[in-house]
Design a binder for this molecule. Structure first.
Ligand code: MN
Length: 497
């Protein structure tokens, strides 16, 4: 995964009134700002200066070009001078790419002895950006506003977050999710309106016949399996039974066979995410546990039991987190620990991404109580300590709601020698009782997309760009406030369908 193919276009607003000399300086200073941002070193990819626009025609033209550009995934605007905002109406109306309004000024400080009218005319974003702000507010244009001097690192950081979200948003517009099997029978929260999801969030939810998957598995060769087994041996420890000559070694080879087929199918269909279902494995030896873990580690989105919304969200978070330390995984709330502030043991039947592992994962083979298949291989490990975000998207009937909980991962209080699956152990902020109450009040899933690499601002930017509802649960959360927020949001989404 890389951001190489993406760029952000920077458009400076002005008008012809100022004359050539001033506009020349506006242009020079805009180039300096863009160069400064690019050279700051913490932006994930390039910002391209696309000129100073001075008329409605120029604005509409550059936004039209942005809409049809494959590279441009977002627009930054800055009103260096006063740019009467009626000029922006048509451009803003057609703009389909995410928008960031950078509210800055070329000079950091007022040069007290020198300031004259010429200087004032060149440093008037204070009112130029307010004019633009009125138009975006009146048009209810989704946008991120970043205010501050363009050389400040906090400004760079906020732009960088948005750029990562823009890349993930662009990625989602061409995301195909393959489902092997349907949703688990009768399960409500992981299902939803797939047509609406494509309209609203961009991704396409498809299916892939399990029989064809099994046929692809049957086509794999021993040589391919040997090569993949060599990679496993290089990267992981092995439990004695799973190791060469162990009684369960053959099941690891079967898992490798499944991984080979699954990779091939995902590559050939250009899919970026997939779901499985333990109840829909006809013709397969075992539930694809190890394969799902390793594919997630390579950037694929994953959701268990047909959970396509979480599969999409895992992929989206992985794109946002490209190159950042921490790790991102599919996750499930499993068992509570009602002690002190409380904590939750997080795991799944098998499918947790090794990107969050504290130590070298270990290949193990154990029976699985459900599904009626042979014992599946899996990577077993414990997630490292640190603060992260657990998120889900649910379909409320008239809107998608994203619920995000900030969580603090800690070491389990003791070893878990009998637990045969990868796990994390975390205290959800502000404490287990409040967080669980809030999550259930909001209708959140048992499945989440979890990341150590992302803070709340990523989710806020994603919600702003997509227009979906977001509820945050963190140290500031109080149940009465959340209850009121949900009621207000109900009205908001009724009025803004
Ligand atoms: Mn599950």
């Amino acid at each position: 995964m890389s951001f190489e193919q993406y760029e952000i276009w920077f458009v400076t607003g002005s008008q012809l009134l100022y004359g050539t000399e001033t506009l020349r300086q506006v242009n020079t200073q805009s180039i300096a700002v863009v160069n400064g941002l690019n050279q700051a070193g913490n932006l994930p990819y390039k910002i391209v200066y696309r000129d100073t626009v001075k008329s409605a025609e120029e604005i509409t033209a550059v936004f039209q070009e942005a809409n049809s550009s494959g590279q441009c995934v977002g627009i930054i605007t800055w009103m260096h001078t006063f740019s009467p905002a009626k000029m922006w109406t048509h451009g803003l109306k057609i703009l389909q790419k995410p928008l960031l309004h950078l509210h800055t000024q070329f000079h950091r400080e007022i040069p007290w002895p020198e300031i004259d009218m010429d200087f004032m005319n060149l440093n008037q974003s204070a009112h130029g950006d307010r004019e633009f702000g009125y138009m975006t507010a009146r048009m209810k244009k989704p946008r991120k506003i970043v205010a501050g001097h363009w050389e400040d690192s906090d400004v760079h950081e906020r732009i960088a977050v948005w750029m990562r979200v823009c890349a993930a948003w662009s990625d989602a517009q061409t995301m195909r999710i393959l489902r092997f099997g349907d949703n688990m029978n009768h399960v409500a929260v992981t299902d939803g309106d797939r047509v609406e999801a494509e309209m609203k969030l961009g991704y396409h939810v498809d299916y892939y016949p399990v029989g064809d998957f099994a046929a692809e598995v049957a086509r794999t060769t021993d040589a391919e399996i040997d090569a993949l087994m060599a990679e496993y041996e290089k990267r992981y420890d092995f439990a004695p039974k799973a190791a060469k000559h162990g009684s369960k070694h053959q099941q690891v080879r079967e898992a490798a066979r499944i991984e080979l087929a699954l990779r091939k199918i995902l590559r050939e269909t250009n899919a970026k995410a997939f779901t499985t279902n333990f109840d829909a494995l006809h013709g397969l030896n075992q539930l694809p546990g190890l394969a799902s873990q390793r594919l997630m580690n390579d950037g694929y989105g994953f959701g268990a039991e047909g959970d396509w919304k979480t599969a999409a969200l895992v992929r989206t978070l992985k794109v946002m987190a490209t190159g950042l330390p921490g790790g991102t995984s599919f996750m499930e709330d499993y068992v509570y620990h009602f002690k002190g502030k409380g904590a939750i043991l997080q795991a799944h039947m098998l499918e947790i991404c090794p990107s969050i592992a504290e130590t070298k994962p270990r290949v193990e083979v154990h029976p699985l109580g459900i599904g009626g298949k042979a014992d599946p291989a899996r990577l077993v490990f414990t997630a490292h300590e640190g603060t992260g975000m657990a998120a889900t998207v649910v379909d409320m009937g008239n809107r998608f709601r994203m619920i995000v909980n900030q969580v603090d991962c800690v070491k389990p209080e003791a070893d878990l020698p009998k637990l045969p699956v990868a796990r994390a152990f975390w205290t959800p902020q502000p404490d287990l009782k409040t967080a669980a109450h809030a999550w259930i009040l909001a209708g959140g899933t048992h499945h989440t997309a979890f990341s150590y690499s992302l803070a709340r601002e990523y989710f806020e930017d994603y919600a702003e760009i997509s227009g979906i509802e977001m509820l945050l649960i963190d140290n500031e959360t109080s149940i009465p406030d959340l209850r009121n927020q949900i009621k207000l949001n109900d009205v908001y989404y009724m009025l803004n369908k």
